[in-house]
Write a protein that binds this ligand. Sequence first.
Ligand SMILES: *[C@@H]1O[C@H](CO)[C@@H](O)[C@H](O)[C@H]1NC(C)=O
Ligand SMILES: *[C@@H]1O[C@H](CO)[C@@H](O)[C@H](O)[C@H]1NC(C)=O
Ligand SMILES: *[C@@H]1O[C@H](CO)[C@@H](O)[C@H](O)[C@H]1NC(C)=O
Length: 643
Amino acid sequence: MRATATFLSITELLDIVFSFVPQDSLRRIVMLVCRKWFFLNRHRVSRQLSWDYKWFAEDATKALTRLPGAGRLIWRCDRYCENTWSKLVKSLNDIEKRDSMPSLTSIWRWSHNAARGDNDSKDSHSSNKYQFRIYSPLQHVELFSNYHLSSESLNLLAFPSTLTTLKIHRYSNTSLDIARILAICPHLEVLHTGSRDLLTLQGAWMSREPAPGPDLLPLRSLVLENVKLSQSWLEGLVSRTPQLKELKLINLTSPSGTTWDWSSLFLHLRSQPFALHKFHYSVHRDIPSEDDLDDMLYALCPNGLERTLWGYNLTPGIVRSLTEQPSVLTTLDVLWHHLMLCQSDGWKEGDHFYSSTSLHRLLCESPALRHLKTLKAPYLIEHMDIHRRVRVVYDSMFPESVEGREAPIFHPGVWVCRNLQVLHLQVHSHGGYDLRGIHDRQVLLGYLSRTLFSYISKVTPQLRDLHIEEPYCCSIFPGGFSFRTHLSEYLFGGLSLLSSLRYLERLRVEFNDISCDISQLSWIYSAGRTWQDKSARRAFMSKWEGQLEHEAQMEATRLQSTPVMPLSGICLDVDLQEDLGSTGLLQEVKTRLEAIDKGECECFPSLQKLSLSRELERSPERSMGSIFPMLPTKKSIWSMFRS
Ligand SMILES: *[C@@H]1O[C@H](CO)[C@@H](O)[C@H](O)[C@H]1NC(C)=O
Ligand SMILES: *[C@@H]1O[C@H](CO)[C@@H](O)[C@H](O)[C@H]1NC(C)=O
Ligand SMILES: *[C@@H]1O[C@H](CO)[C@@H](O)[C@H](O)[C@H]1NC(C)=O
């Protein structure tokens, strides 16, 4: 080593090199190399503590022992965990009081000394205490809660002054003293808060005049959803946030006696020193004129790469402007209401109707969407059914049309945004299928579910983050049966088709209820590919013979008829076209699963976080462990570094 000294032996150089390495690689690779590399990087990574009420309430106390020194806290409490709030409140209070907590610079100094092998007698005692812990100030807090956390206790939570990001999502009516938060967290840069129901923003500062002068806030991103607040208060706030880049005011309600006025807000925002990159503004029960809508979208940030709008705002004029705008659109966030009603070609919410087709055509035909990296929207699986297999299967089951129930016609297409990295869809099926008989239902659901997973895996191969959810209920027949679950977690549902997404790091699919046995999901992670599970899967697939044969016959018939070209604004390359040929087929799933089990293909090579059942995501092993609690938990080597 001495003879061939490389930069690896020069601590200062190494340190510079490591400063360019992403946190995740530091955590998973670099820090495991040796003691020196561990100490050199410890200050760069932070620990995350996440806790979900679905993971055994008695564990909350234990989890909270890891709060001191965690950089991020994500806490989700819904029902059955009222008593955990008081524990959280206490732990947060303790952090704030703990003055023995080492400062970031002293940790950094110990780390450096330890990495060099120095023995500083003054520090050695304390360095032992923290030697192998990843310690950072709490900077990021996300809380999800419903009514069990009263407004009073919410407004007493002691958020540490080190906080830079705070996100609070409520499911119920509540009020939040936002002024207090801004006062106790002077470094806050990101504040997102909202409620499913209505969140009233209140607090002493609301009524107080904002102090003039240097009393500026470092806020860069402010997102308020379903909140009640007055325009004058908001205007006072943004006058003090010169660095604001993102401002989203979603579905505002005004306190009695006041109203929101777009033109004066517009003038106010325009007179501010900041240049917004992301902006949204909508007021409950207020339908903006097309001109105002245009202003809301383009006037404040004309070159914005990101657009957020309600589904019902996708009017022909807006669709045209999105298509024709000169700048590159990288993010499209189409908002939806959690209680919208399904109609054959779209949704209805109050007086608003919106068609699923305008977004669909935009995605398939507009070259302006080619550079899209992030898409969030409600969407119909029928639009992905390139070969109309679901329809054909349904018609073969029920040759007679059901009286009074018209089956809508869709024109499936291929998205132009082939480089999408983040995709969050609320998926619906409005094909008008009447489902009787358990077996037929399963066959049809299988086709729907496979169509979705197969389409995504082929059309958007660059995905990093995929989140699929289903609506609470979805039926296009008023008063009819409720047809809710389209997606199946069973082998035949085709989740395995997603495993070819080689860059996928986060996968969240909100299956309604997981009732299959473990072998139908354990192909996901390597420890689950035991010979017992593989043979169980083979046994399941051997029962598919009949359906596979039927499928082959239908394919033969289809190939004889004239193909219907999918909608597309780009020339489909031959490979993709051929690939899409098998979308929805059971045979495709069988082939994929066999290849996974034989080790012939990679299966989710980059996956780090998984959630399949409406809970916070965790490592694939732990997430499977919470679905199937009998699973022995195998600790991976780096489990000590993560939550
Ligand atoms: C560090 O201190 C310990 C005891 O305090 C001693 O045994 C060791 O030799 C010292 N190491 C160096 C590099 O000075
Ligand atoms: C929430 O508050 C609003 C207005 O204050 C009220 O109309 C609504 O009924 C409340 N909802 C619940 C569930 O309490
Ligand atoms: C908007 O907020 C109101 C409460 O003020 C709520 O009743 C309504 O459902 C919200 N609408 C949407 C689309 O979220």
